[in-house]
Each structure stands twice: as structure tokens, then as C-alpha cells.
Design a protein around this ligand. Structure first.
Ligand SMILES: [Zn+2]
Length: 281
């Protein structure tokens, strides 16, 4: 059974019962909004179709307060109810194929009605994570930026903890003059070590923390974690790959990071490449 609603902007639909319920939650429509179903041409307020478990005598208030409601496929006002119509009422519409089935031939999963034909495919999708994905709370750009900032400071401290003793040991000194640096093999060596640390430290740091705890210290501090699309933990290998995929996000003027602000699942470019998501714990 599909439904239509009507407001100043005109007719909208078709909607399922659940979609209609969502429109009420979003306050796009209310109990006064005129609706009809596919079998009827008369528009009537939603409250005349809706009935709830707690206050059957006052559907308007129940609907407006966000309670789950059922929709009568026939309004009883002008129509005689015979046995055949009562039977129709007991039919359930499969949320996948939209066919109607008697109540005992369908199963309900997380408020969705599934017929026996659609059940295997549906179960498979849930197993693959399609059904779980919607439960993840994706983390937006700014909180991730904060986490990155904290990680950046930690990494900087670690790098200097390694580099300062090298300076102190008279391993080399940087004057800032490129010609002198190039002519001084010790300084050149120091820069090489600095570069090497600059590449390997973040890689080790990210791979270890993401593989082990699903979050770097910065992300832990911000209550975030990096997960697979199904919400599961990622492997050390994927964590390492993600570290290098971040280079691509950074090389293109950090546009790869900014993408997270616009994506429906708040994926940065390296999340797309490695099939990861950053979520709130
Ligand atoms: Zn079906």
C-alpha cells in the first residue's frame, strides 16, 4: 500500500507507511495534513487514518507527539466494512518488493517487513553490513581536524625527542644556508634522517594505533574511531595503506581531507580509497 500527501506545494508521493511516519518526525507533515492511499481519491487528514496503541481515541495527539502509528487502508467513515476488506487490512506489504502478503508469511526485521522471497537477499545484505551502516555515526570535518591536530603535536614531540639528541651529539648543525648544508655531509645526513623519521614515524604511529585500538591518540581524545564500512575493526595492513592514501589527500592541497565535509558518509579521499569510515564511538 502506498500513500500520497498534499500541501501548498501540491501532491507528493508515493510514500510507504514508514516514510510517512518519518515525514511526521521531521515535521514535514502533521496529523492535519491531507493524505490518501493508492486505492482512494478522497483526501482526508492523516489523523483519520492513523491509529496508535496507547490512545486510540486521540490519534491526533499521539501522532504529533511522535508515537508510532498504523494506517488504516480504508477509513471507516463512509464505507461499509465487509469481511473481504478486513482481510485486506491484515495484509502486510514487503518493504523490498512491495507485494502484499498475509501476516504469517512475512517476517519483521528492525521495523521492516520482509516476505519469504526477499528474505535470503535481505539477510545477505545485512550480513555484508548494508543494514548496519546506517547505525554508524559518521564524524564530520571539524572534529576530525581537531583529532589530526592533536596527533600532529604528538608526532612532532616524538620526532624532536629523537632529533634533539642527534643535534646535541654534534651530529650536525643546520645553518639554514642550502649551499652550506649541501657541502656539509653531516648536515645532509641529518636532513636525510629527519625526512626518514618524518615518513616512518607517522606510518608506524598510525598503523599501530589504528590496527590495535581502531583510533590514534588524537582520535581517542575526540571520541572517534576508524572502522570498516560494516563498523568492524580494520587490519594493520589497511591501516598502513590508509596512512599512505592520506598523502594523496594532502598532495592535492588537502582537498582530499576537505571532501569529508561534503560526503554523505563523511568520507575523506583516503577513506574512499581504503574503504574506511571515521565514526563517533
Ligand atoms: Zn518481497
Amino acid at each position: 500500500m502506498t500513500w500520497f500527501c498534499k500541501d501548498e506545494e501540491g501532491e507528493k508521493g508515493p510514500f510507504t507507511k514508514d516514510e510517512l511516519q518519518n515525514l511526521v518526525y521531521e515535521k514535514t507533515i502533521n496529523a492535519q495534513t491531507l493524505i490518501r492511499n493508492e486505492n482512494e481519491n478522497d483526501w482526508r487528514p492523516l489523523k483519520e487514518f492513523a491509529h496508535t496503541n496507547t490512545k486510540p481515541d486521540d490519534p491526533e495527539q499521539s501522532v504529533e507527539s511522535g508515537e508510532q502509528f498504523e494506517l488504516n487502508e480504508q477509513t471507516s467513515i463512509n464505507k461499509p466494512i465487509d469481511n473481504r476488506e478486513t482481510e485486506t487490512d491484515a495484509l502486510r506489504v514487503c518493504s523490498q518488493c512491495r507485494r502484499s502478503f498475509p501476516e504469517d508469511q512475512v517476517v519483521t526485521f528492525d521495523d521492516q517487513i520482509i516476505c519469504s522471497d526477499c528474505k535470503p537477499a535481505f539477510v545477505q545484505r545485512v550480513k555484508e553490513g548494508a543494514g548496519i551502516t546506517t547505525l554508524l555515526k559518521y564524524a564530520g570535518f571539524w572534529v576530525r581536524f581537531g583529532a589530526k591536530f592533536i596527533d600532529g603535536i604528538i608526532l612532532l614531540v616524538i620526532q624532536w625527542l629523537i632529533l634533539i639528541p642527534l643535534f646535541m651529539s654534534g651530529f650536525g648543525s643546520i645553518t639554514g644556508n642550502p649551499a652550506e648544508i649541501a657541502s656539509d655531509s653531516k648536515s645532509f645526513m641529518l636532513i636525510a634522517i629527519q625526512q626518514l623519521i618524518g615518513i616512518t614515524m607517522p606510518a608506524i604511529y598510525t598503523t599501530f594505533f589504528l590496527g590495535r585500538f581502531a583510533a590514534t591518540p588524537g582520535k581517542m581524545a575526540c571520541g572517534l574511531k576508524v572502522v570498516a564500512p560494516d563498523g568492524g575493526k580494520i587490519s594493520y595492513l589497511r591501516a598502513l595503506g590508509r596512512n599512505f592514501a592520506e598523502w594523496i589527500s594532502a598532495i592535492i592541497f588537502f582537498i582530499g581531507y576537505i571532501m569529508a565535509g561534503f560526503d554523505t558518509e563523511k568520507r575523506a579521499m583516503h577513506d574512499r580509497i581504503c574503504s574506511t569510515r571515521v565514526v563517533h564511538k
